[in-house]
Write a protein that binds this ligand. Structure first.
Ligand code: TEU
Length: 537
């Protein structure tokens, strides 16, 4: 298996608007990221993924871009960005940008021109039809929005303010390739590619049998031609790393995007867990990991994550964010960093930040949640009931500001934060974590250091134990003569297991655990709630 710099890497996601505010406008900014680079470096991070900071009317928090070659004033200036990139490289880290090219903002000049008349040369930059079909978008009841000016409908996979680009148009593709070169020539180290398998649309837009299952939006014929052309025209000319956000795919589909012989992408985020598993489901999670390992191992590279700016913080969604917040945070950290594939840390995950429960829909900002709330209330459902049903998976659960200390607003801003800080910031904050050697922060630091010193965590094979166990997730990673046993109790119960005779732990080295007082155990293991252990065997 080919070894490369990015496979060895741990990626840290910075959602800059909620990271650190240096000018008091209540929004985090790129200067704030610069000022916290030492904190990120000390954790042992290799690559920073920066969420979109291009000029944007900010309807979908930057995922609606109006100018791809400008930095959003809230975030800073192009000079700030270039200094950030330089400071990242000065610390031996790399930086990847978010590439959002399935759609633009409706305020982008391209769309303004396209909307101006049916005969405008840029009309074909977007997708227009006389009649809608029955498809719904991620954020709205229909993917079609009527444009009164030209009396046609335009297509949008997300909000009406995010019209989809027409990738069938070769001029559009060349526009995007030159934008990618613009940033790559500045020295960035790659791209996280937003819903990149939505670029190709189904020919003729046939009505869907079940419009609620929006998988018709992605993974359509023609997508691989676009990605191979992108690789040929842009990606192959730079020593960079690419990760695609790729919903609606099986491991077999996924391999077509990241196969090492495919000349498309390096790795992917698939969403079999995050889009379909609202709460922890051990059996389902094991089955998903098993299929993706069998589907990709030795042929393509997987990515491991359980939260991001779209998905509720993992201790709240999958763990226990009260009684066992620290134990479950460390247990899931061990899972993500020991499973095959690249691990991603979402800002605040490294201190065990939790999801949030604000009191009113007014406290929430996410367009996906607000649109869904309105849609359901307009259908006549009780507002309170709708609000309650949206809390668990609201994207704002992971968008509250990073909690740096126990000062007002968690030290995030001297102004008024764009979204309220999680009230638990007095207990859960970076300053407290850095002062506590047993904190979640130092546990992540040890895991990342282990990966730097042990290739078995990167290139080691994966062999499961106790496949059917509902609480214990255990597996072996092996590379050459290095063999590690991982045992995780992903439950609030005390669990006893008996290891196979061949796996006696006597005199075996315990490399890492999230519980201190370990009694010597041979093959009978008493696993406490959310206990995690890594042995060299
Ligand atoms: O996300 C797409 C999206 O809606 C995700 O929430 C979803 O989990 C995933 O695609 C799988 O279906 C991307 C960005 O991450 C998100 O913040 C944007 O709102 C969206 O695209 C539109 O750009």
């Amino acid at each position: 298996m080919k070894k490369t710099w990015w496979k060895d890497s741990v990626v840290y996601q910075v959602y800059w608007r909620s990271f650190y505010d240096t000018d008091g406008d209540g929004y985090g900014d790129l200067e704030g990221v610069i000022q916290k680079l030492d904190y990120i470096q000390n954790l042992g991070i290799d690559v920073i993924w920066l969420n979109p900071c291009y000029d944007s009317p900010d309807i979908d928090n930057g995922y609606d871009i109006a100018d791809y070659r400008e930095v959003m004033p809230k975030a800073g200036t192009m000079e700030t960005f270039e200094r950030l990139l330089q400071e990242v490289h000065n610390r031996g880290m790399k930086l990847i940008m978010d590439l959002v090219v399935n759609h633009t903002s409706d305020q982008h000049p391209w769309f303004k021109e396209a909307q101006s008349s049916k005969d405008h040369p840029k009309r074909d930059y977007y997708i227009w039809r006389k009649e809608p079909n029955n498809w719904r978008s991620y954020f709205t009841p229909s993917v079609w929005e009527f444009d009164a000016q030209t009396e046609e409908y335009y297509f949008h996979s997300f909000a009406i303010e995010q019209p989809d680009l027409n990738w069938q148009n070769p001029i559009v593709r060349q526009e995007i390739y030159s934008i990618m070169k613009f940033w790559l020539d500045k020295g960035i180290d790659g791209f996280r590619m937003d819903v990149i398998n939505l670029l190709a649309k189904q020919e003729g837009f046939p009505d869907a049998e079940n419009p609620e299952d929006i998988s018709y939006l992605g993974n359509n014929p023609g997508i691989h031609d676009y990605l191979r052309e992108m690789h040929e025209e842009v990606l192959q000319h730079y020593d960079i790393f690419t990760v695609g956000e790729i919903p609606f795919v099986t491991p077999e589909d996924g391999l077509l995007y990241v196969g090492e012989d495919r000349q498309e992408l390096h790795t992917l985020f698939h969403f079999e867990v995050c889009d379909y598993m609202a709460n922890w489901d051990m059996e389902r999670f094991k089955e998903i990991q098993r299929r993706w390992y069998q589907g990709l191992w030795g042929k393509g590279w997987n990515s491991q994550f359980l939260n991001n700016h779209d998905h509720t913080r993992l201790v709240t969604r999958f763990g226990n964010d009260t009684t066992y917040r620290v134990e479950s945070a460390k247990c899931f950290a061990t899972l993500l960093h020991l499973l095959p594939g690249m691990p991603y840390i979402y800002q605040g995950e490294e201190i065990g930040m939790t999801g949030v429960r604000f009191n009113s829909i007014e406290d929430y900002h996410d367009i996906a949640m607000k649109n869904k709330y309105q849609e359901e209330v307009e259908k006549g459902r009780e507002p309170e009931e709708v609000f309650a049903s949206l809390l668990h998976l609201s994207r704002d659960n992971s968008r509250t500001p990073v909690q740096w200390n126990d000062m007002p607003h968690g030290g995030f801003t001297n102004g008024t934060p764009w979204i309220n800080v999680n009230p638990n910031y007095k207990e859960i904050n970076v300053a407290a974590a850095l002062n506590d050697p047993e904190s979640v922060y130092y546990f992540y630091k040890k895991l990342i250091q282990l990966r730097k010193e042990n290739e078995v965590m990167v290139y080691g094979s994966f062999q499961e134990l106790f496949e059917d166990h509902q609480q214990i997730y255990s597996f072996i990673r092996e590379l050459d003569d290095e063999k590690w046993l991982v045992v995780l109790n992903i439950s609030e119960q005390q669990v006893q297991i008996k290891l196979p005779e061949s796996l006696s732990l006597l005199e075996k080295e315990l490399l890492l655990t999230n519980y201190n007082n370990q009694e010597e155990q041979n093959s009978e293991l008493q696993m406490r709630p959310y206990e995690a252990r890594i042995y060299r065997i």
